[in-house]
Design a protein around this ligand. Structure first.
Ligand SMILES: [Zn+2]
Length: 133
């Protein structure tokens, strides 16, 4: 039996959050709606922004100076707190503007993978096992 308009409205109202979350994910996963120009812009940003980040944060590991391979460098929150919003922003590299990334980098430094791991474990011990990054 087909649903009435009233039933559909009631269903939508009951499931508003779920529907919005789905729509958002669908929009993100299916980016054909983006113009060709925007797709090119995003590709370029995804390529350039990691290098801009590394340059902004000094270009090498703040602890040992490592800079041989870009993939060996990681972003560390100097004060060991999880800044959820800044972490979220940094996963969107390529699809957001530089000004937002710059904001997210406040309080961050560049560390090589090894120094980052050592610092993270030391921070965790100092804060009683609090998972930090
Ligand atoms: Zn290092």
């Amino acid at each position: 039996m087909a649903h009435t308009a009233e039933q559909r409205r009631a269903y939508t109202a009951r499931n508003r959050k779920r529907i919005n979350a789905y729509a958002k994910k669908y929009y993100h996963d299916n980016q054909e709606h983006l113009s060709a120009a925007e797709r090119v812009r995003r590709k370029l940003r995804a390529w350039v922004q990691p290098m801009q980040i590394i340059e902004t944060l000094g270009g090498c590991c703040a602890n040992c100076g490592y800079k041989e391979h870009l993939d060996g460098l990681e972003i560390d929150h100097v004060v060991p707190i999880r800044v959820a919003s800044s972490d979220r922003i940094l996963t969107k590299i390529g699809s957001i503007g530089w000004n937002k990334i710059e904001e997210a980098l406040v309080g961050c430094q560049l560390l090589c993978g090894t120094c980052h791991r050592i610092k993270t474990r030391a921070d965790a011990r100092a804060t009683g096992g609090w998972k930090v990054a």
